[in-house]
Structure formats: structure tokens, C-alpha cells
Design a protein around this ligand. Structure first.
Ligand code: G6P
Ligand code: MG
Length: 218
């Protein structure tokens, strides 16, 4: 039985990876090295500070913590400039329809994102009122693949983890959901997301009945 669905934000509901990339690339440029799109893959689903650590590793640099905090704040200010200009057109295909259909069928819906910027993004894309709970990097700081974000989401919906399905585009996110004892739908590359129960390319055409059918058999 499925009682709740938990959605990651970046890469599932919106494509903010491109904005994260532009901001990290700008920081790398300032520090004097190139940061490629391939490097950026490693940052998906990873917290802001961990992302910075990976970036500095790519550049072969290291800094004291206070310097790193200053750099992360700088990157975030640039990132916020991009997401402030987001519009509802940037919702990924099928996401809004699925959220609405799930709730119409009595399924509870939560956000489960590592991003501290999720309130601003939800506001800009007009999905603030589409969730029964919003659990993100502001309420939970223990990063995926730890299960904390998803467990807190389930708790605030009042649903046991076994009745939850998590929608995730990042490997670390699928791990986190499995660690939480939840079912998983991977969004993207089946090779990368090979631990997910099912993998779909995106949410286009993903319906309530498809969800029920998929997890009836499991
Ligand atoms: C999501 C994204 C990551 C990002 C993290 C923190 O998990 O996939 O790329 O680093 O959120 O986002 P924030 O907006 O708090 O810097
Ligand atoms: Mg993601």
C-alpha cells in the first residue's frame, strides 16, 4: 500500500543543476581552474559544503574552514541571483500534474530536498502550496545518503516509511531512501540509479495508477 510520496527538488521537480553549475564554475574561474559539466555530475544531491570540498579537490586546492564558508556564501549569492528569476515554466514535464493527481487521490505529498534554497524555488515556480510538508536543508542538515530528510518527511506526514515512495534523480538520494526503508522511483539514468525499484526518464505521463500498479507487484 502507498500512502505518501516524497519528492526531491533539484533534478526531479526543476532543473536547477544548470544554475548550480554556473555558480560553481564562476567560483572555480575566480580560483583559477576549469570546472566542467562532467565534474558537476559529482555535486548532484550533495550538500553545499560537500560540493565545495569536491570542487576544491578538482582544483587541487585546500583552504581553512572560514575561507571555505566565505566561498560557499559567495557561490550561493550567485546561485540565488539565478533562481530568483525562475518561473513556473521551469517546472519539469509531468511534475505538477503528478503532485496534483496524487493529492486528489488521497496520497500525502512532501518535499525532501537537501537544498536550503527550496522555499525560494517553490515560491518562484508557484508550487508552494502543492506539498503537505516541506522538508529541506533548513530543517535537516544531515545529508543524503543518510535517511534523515526522508524519515523526517514521513514523520511530518504521519505515515510509516514502508508506505512511502521517494522520487529521486541522485544516487545518494536513492541510497538515502533505501536506508529509510522506503520504495524508490529513480528519475534519469538506469545505470546510475540501478538500486532504485524502478527508473523512468522523467515524470511525464507518470500517473497515480502507474504508481499503484508498479508497487502492487513489489
Ligand atoms: C540539492 C542539489 C545539490 C545542492 C544541494 C544543496 O541536493 O542537488 O546540487 O548542492 O541541494 O543546495 P543549496 O541550495 O542549499 O546550496
Ligand atoms: Mg536531486
Amino acid at each position: 500500500e502507498i500512502k505518501a510520496c516524497i519528492f526531491d527538488l533539484d533534478g526531479v521537480v526543476v532543473d536547477t543543476a544548470k544554475y548550480h553549475y554556473l555558480a560553481w564554475k564562476r567560483l572555480a574561474q575566480e580560483l583559477g581552474f576549469e570546472f566542467t559539466e562532467q565534474h558537476n555530475e559529482r555535486l548532484k544531491g550533495v550538500s553545499r559544503m560537500r560540493s565545495l570540498e569536491i570542487l576544491l579537490e578538482v582544483g587541487g586546492l585546500s583552504f581553512p574552514l572560514d575561507e571555505m564558508e566565505r566561498m560557499a556564501a559567495k557561490k550561493n549569492a550567485w546561485y540565488v541571483e539565478y533562481i530568483e528569476r525562475m518561473t513556473p515554466d521551469e517546472i519539469l514535464p509531468g511534475a505538477k500534474e503528478l503532485l496534483e493527481e496524487l493529492r486528489a487521490n488521497g496520497i500525502k505529498v512532501s518535499l525532501g530536498s537537501a537544498s536550503k534554497n527550496s522555499p525560494l524555488i517553490l515560491e518562484r515556480i508557484g508550487l508552494k502550496n502543492h506539498f503537505d510538508a516541506v522538508i529541506d536543508g533548513n530543517s535537516v542538515t544531515v545529508a543524503k545518503p543518510a535517511p534523515d530528510i526522508f524519515l523526517v518527511a514521513a514523520k511530518s506526514l504521519g505515515v510509516n516509511p514502508e508506505f512511502c515512495v521517494v522520487f529521486e534523480d541522485a544516487e545518494a538520494g536513492i541510497e538515502a531512501a533505501i536506508n529509510a526503508g522506503m520504495r524508490t522511483v529513480g528519475i534519469g539514468n538506469p545505470q546510475i540509479l540501478n538500486r532504485a525499484d524502478v527508473v523512468v526518464p522523467n515524470l511525464k505521463g507518470f500517473t497515480y495508477s502507474k504508481l499503484i500498479e508498479l508497487f502492487l507487484k513489489k
